[in-house]
Design a binder for this molecule. Structure first.
Ligand code: BES
Ligand code: ZN
Length: 667
């Protein structure tokens, strides 16, 4: 059996001893000792998130070695020197759109005079010293368009370095919003989006998901604004002289650096339960709190399935409309699109998804972006289990069945079942990690886990998965590591089961293996029949009135792609499509309308594209337009320049190549 190994440089030895002595070491198959969980080390107090004072215990997570754990999207060389803790001290300058200050890094190394290699992008670095202020030699490499610039620092005997820097106004992870781009219209707003490799544009560290780091931050911002981060707030904000307030946050668990997140704005908070709550701009707080009322129940449901929630609080920050994703699982503080506010709680599965990442993704994390499915596939699976527990089996089956549809569609769009990007374990050589962000890691990943569940039975599967999260808590993981664990602890020596599951085919081969389990929603049978009969018998408002949002989405997606204007008019009237607040339904409608060059839907389309920047909607809609000849291209050329200033770089970087291309081709 192929086993991956871990990096155990000299500094790790006392940690192993500590771990074994304290009883948390485990014997591996070969009889050697391997740390089964992140170990604890005592570190000097000044380095602790708590700041100067008492001695603190900080956890150091192992870094995996072996070729499948090598992160090609980071310059870091963790076996020479690795960052274990980051302490930021930054001021947010809204006028110059910069974060400016210092990052102090704690470094572990078994080498006598190591070179520390960090990831950066577009940072303006002015000084690098040790913690006593002694200058250290450093060099910033020429930038690579995908990876950024390696920052190499000769540490000598130093194991703590301080980098003085500022981010650039165009920093990829950051979006600086003008007051006009917020709901309140009076205060500016800043937020970060770190995943996958964007955080290097505002903090110099080893930006690799396999190199977990504890962190803390002192942030100064205009006193009218609230600073929130993906960590625990330490103490109350301090008022400073020059119209600023200073906030301190700390994350005691080692996390992948893409999970360090910040938002600064005119924010209000409402509690939703004992350990849950919602932040957003004051004007939207009441509706957001109502929409998200079930969060506390979801946390309890998740815990009852896969064990304790280990992060303390779980809050949701409802973002401004430009937020490029549906949600981002920043620890303790999910960032969520405002399109989640449908008015009828019909999109809360998105919160179930981000919450599920508190286990799959944040606790056990893909070591490299090639294994992104370990984050997202597990999470889609777990999200569905939470939905089942809170809203029942029918609701869960509808979600899963829609997932199956999007998987089929994605396989077609990627070029069919032999296309390399339909593999779970991706080859991202020479590519942006973002290129792997298709429905494959999400839906093929979840389908894989459902297939294993069906084969071994839910009870055995759940017991294994719960233990798996415990065994690998706060550690990176690879596909190989997952398969090893599954074989060792679930399949054991059951050769027939091993054969039936086709594990390696699932992970390393393209397409969908023949044993894939398709969860079918029985409720969809009548919807599909209705869609098939639409051309003949049309549809009336009374038919659709009782349909849930997933049923509406399914219906729209199952309609013939080519419809005439009269049919579209009937449809729009029966389903009140131009007044839909559920963004999934609205999106399904707009795709259908564009496919038929249906002019009356254009104001709705334009409104949607102007008012939110979620890439999942924006990118396909522009692609759809461009595919519609001059009719669509003219619309794209008109709408995109107007909407673009409101989009985050994550969205524009993918839409830019689509729209100008259309302009060029149509000329
Ligand atoms: N972690 C992802 C978002 C992400 C992925 C950001 C890759 C950057 C790079 C998040 O958990 C996610 O999957 N969001 C989905 C929501 C969903 C599947 C319910 C989204 O944004 O659409
Ligand atoms: Zn996710």
């Amino acid at each position: 059996m192929k086993r991956h190994s871990r990096v155990f440089p000299a500094w790790f030895i006392p940690v192993i001893v500590l771990a074994v002595l304290s009883g948390c070491g485990s014997k591996d198959k070969d009889g050697g000792a391997a740390p089964s969980a992140a170990a604890s080390v005592s570190l000097p107090a000044a380095a602790s998130p708590g700041g100067p004072g008492a001695t603190a215990t900080r956890t150091v997570a192992p870094v995996l070695s072996g070729p499948e754990a090598k992160d090609i999207h980071s310059y870091a060389e963790p076996d020479i020197a690795r960052v274990s803790n980051v302490d930021l001290d930054l001021t947010a300058h809204f006028d110059s759109r910069t974060l400016q200050g210092t990052a102090t890094l704690d470094v572990l190394s078994g080498v006598r005079e190591p070179t520390l290699t960090l990831d950066t992008r577009d940072l303006n670095i002015t000084a690098v010293t040790d913690d006593k202020g002694q200058a250290l030699p450093w060099h910033l490499a020429t930038p690579d368009p995908v990876m950024g610039s390696a920052l190499r620092i000769q540490l000598g005997a130093a194991r703590r370095v301080r980098i003085t820097y500022s981010s650039s106004p165009g920093a990829q992870a950051l979006q600086w919003l003008t007051p006009a781009q917020t709901a309140g219209g009076k205060q500016p707003y800043l937020f970060s989006q770190g995943e996958a490799d964007l955080n290097r544009s505002w903090l110099p560290t080893q930006d690799s998901p396999g190199i977990r780091q504890t962190w803390a931050a002192t942030i100064r911002a205009p006193e009218a604004l609230t600073v929130v981060m993906s960590a625990a707030r330490l103490g109350e904000p301090k008022k400073l002289k020059d119209g600023l307030r200073e906030w301190r946050y700390g994350m005691e668990h080692p996390v992948a650096p893409y999970l360090i997140a910040i938002a600064i704005g005119d924010l209000a908070f409402q509690s939703l339960g004992e350990r849950t709550g919602v932040y957003t701009e004051p004007s939207g707080l009441k509706v957001a709190a109502d929409e998200l009322a079930d969060i506390e129940k979801m946390v309890a449901a998740a815990e009852s399935i896969y064990g304790p929630y280990r992060w303390g609080r779980y809050d949701v920050l409802v973002m401004p409309p430009s937020f490029p994703f549906g949600g981002m699982e920043n620890p303790r503080l999910t960032f969520a699109t405002p399109t989640i506010i449908a008015g009828d709680r019909s999109l809360v599965s998105l919160v179930a998804h981000e919450l599920a990442h508190s286990w799959s993704g944040n606790l056990v994390t893909n070591a490299t972006w090639a294994d992104f499915w370990l984050n997202e596939g597990f999470t889609v699976y777990f999200e569905n289990r939470i939905m089942e527990r809170v809203y029942g089996a029918d609701a869960a089956a509808m979600q899963a069945d829609l997932g199956w549809d999007s998987l089929q569609q994605e396989i077609r769009e990627l070029g069919g079942p032999r296309a390399p990007d339909t593999r779970l374990h991706l080859d991202l050589t020479g590519r942006n990690p973002d290129d792997g962000m298709t429905s494959i890691p999400y839906e093929k990943g979840a389908t894989f886990l459902r297939t294993i569940e069906a084969a071994v039975g839910r009870e055995r599967w759940d017991a294994w998965l719960r233990d798996y999260f415990d065994r690998h808590a706060f550690q990176p993981q690879t596909s190989t590591g997952f398969l090893d664990d599954l074989r060792e602890h679930l399949i054991k020596d059951d050769a027939a089961l091993e054969k039936r599951l086709k594990l390696d085919t699932w992970v390393f081969e393209p397409g969908l293996p023949a044993n894939a389990v398709h969860v079918k929603s029985t409720a969809f049978a009548k919807i599909d029949a209705r869609a098939a009969a639409f051309a003949r018998s049309g549809i009336a408002a009374a038919d659709v009135q009782s349909w849930s949002s997933p049923e509406r989405v399914r219906f729209l997606n199952r309609l013939p792609r080519k419809l005439g204007p009269a049919q579209l008019k009937t449809l729009a009237a029966a389903m009140d499509l131009d007044a839909q607040r559920n963004s999934e339904v609205r999106f399904a409608w707009l795709e259908l309308a564009i496919a038929n060059r249906y002019e009356p839907a254009v104001p709705n389309l334009e409104d949607f594209l102007m008012k939110m920047g979620r890439r999942k909607f924006v990118l396909p809609l522009f692609k759809d337009l461009v595919a519609q000849g001059e009719w669509g291209r003219a619309l794209a050329r008109r709408i995109y320049p107007a909407a673009r200033p409101g989009y985050h770089s994550v969205t524009t970087s993918r839409v830019d190549p689509v729209v100008p291309l259309a302009a060029a081709k149509s000329q």
